[in-house]
Design a protein around this ligand. Structure first.
Ligand code: UDP
Length: 324
């Protein structure tokens, strides 16, 4: 029987993963310090006898050790996330993402637990070659622009995971999440879809950064957690890196338009309802955005037969219903 420990399990993605694992019969323990997660995300699971939680930081070695000793697989999702947070709190981001991950690997090694490590499409940096494949070269911006600190910390996490695997035989699987959306995601840390939905429902203009020609592929969180849960069960996945994301590409301007159409039940008076904001005003001076971000998902498709199933409009509707 699998007993899973989910670090960051009270977060947006972690709480959905907890539900998916419980539904397939796993026992699940969550550790989360509620820095960006919320107890409300897991409260409905607390009645399940196979579910437990600890409100604590992964840097508390005593607690982490005890929880690791009781599980055979760790899903390591705890991290400082979101572009806005990274820009506002660079020290916290770097320390959490590097030292927290190191603590998880040390604890996992003690008990030979398998570790599924959450990484991010941010590690592809400003590569202009789409779609992004796992073994592509990576180009980051200079250290004077702290957006790139996030990617750099996640790259260190990946290097460390693969090093633990090669040097100590620790079974690890790395997954790079591309833009992931769905109910419970908060717009507080910059994420575009919950922000757009809240703005649309409040009758406020949608804040499109730059000219809105930049594009993303948004994957429904239930598709993403199905991929993560599947990777955990695939012996072939160990020691490898996988993209998880949708390939349905949309510009941010088109996303704003579709959000308005769905939130306002077909009212297409959208041009007055969008406010363009320069990157300088939206973020700090010198911010660099990625123009396009599309995953190559052939590797995970070949390994576990996964592909995303839920179209963007369905996801937008779910987020609208959730926010309402
Ligand atoms: N964005 C926007 N308005 C907002 C928030 C974000 O236009 O209120 C843009 C942002 O500049 C980026 C895209 O939406 O081009 C996705 O942003 P998000 O922070 O959700 O994820 P990212 O892909 O940047 O990690």
């Amino acid at each position: 029987m699998a007993h899973a420990l989910i670090t960051g399990g009270a977060g947006f993605i972690g709480s959905h993963l907890a539900e998916t694992l419980l539904a397939r019969g796993d026992s699940v323990t969550v550790i989360d310090d509620l820095s960006t997660g919320s107890f409300a995300n897991i409260e409905h699971l607390t009645g399940n006898p196979r579910f437990r939680f600890a409100i604590e930081s992964i840097t508390n070695e005593v607690v982490l050790d005890r929880l690791a000793s009781e599980c055979n697989v760790i899903y390591h999702l705890a991290a400082a996330v979101g572009v806005q947070l990274i820009i506002q709190q660079p020290v916290h981001t770097i320390e959490t993402n590097v030292m927290g991950t190191e603590a998880v690997f040390k604890a996992a090694l003690r008990y030979r637990a398998k570790v599924l490590v959450a990484s991010t499409s941010e590690v592809y940096g400003k590569s202009g070659r789409v779609p992004f494949a796992e073994d592509d070269d990576i180009t980051l911006g200079p250290t004077s622009r702290n957006r790139w600190a996030y990617a750099a910390t996640k790259m260190v996490d990946e290097f460390l995971a693969l090093a633990y695997h090669r040097e100590h035989g620790l079974p690890v699987v790395i997954f790079r999440l591309f833009n992931t959306v769905g109910p419970r995601q908060t717009g507080r840390y910059g994420m575009v879809i919950p922000r757009f939905v809240r703005q649309a429902l409040a009758g406020e203009p949608l804040t499109v950064y730059g000219d809105g020609s930049q594009s993303r592929c948004f994957c429904n969180v239930s598709d993403s957690v199905r991929a993560i849960a599947g990777l955990a069960e695939a012996p072939d996945a160990v020691g490898r890196v996988f993209n998880i994301g949708s390939t349905e590409e949309v510009t941010i301007l088109e996303l704003a338009r579709r959000t308005l159409a769905l939130a306002s039940d077909g009212d297409d008076n959208w041009q007055q309802q969008i406010r363009f904001i320069s990157y300088e005003d939206a973020y700090a001076l010198g911010f660099e955005d990625m123009q396009r971000r599309v995953p190559d998902i052939s590797r995970i498709g070949q390994t576990i037969g996964w592909s995303p199933l839920i179209p963007l409009d369905t996801t937008l509707q779910q987020v609208i219903d959730f926010v309402k």
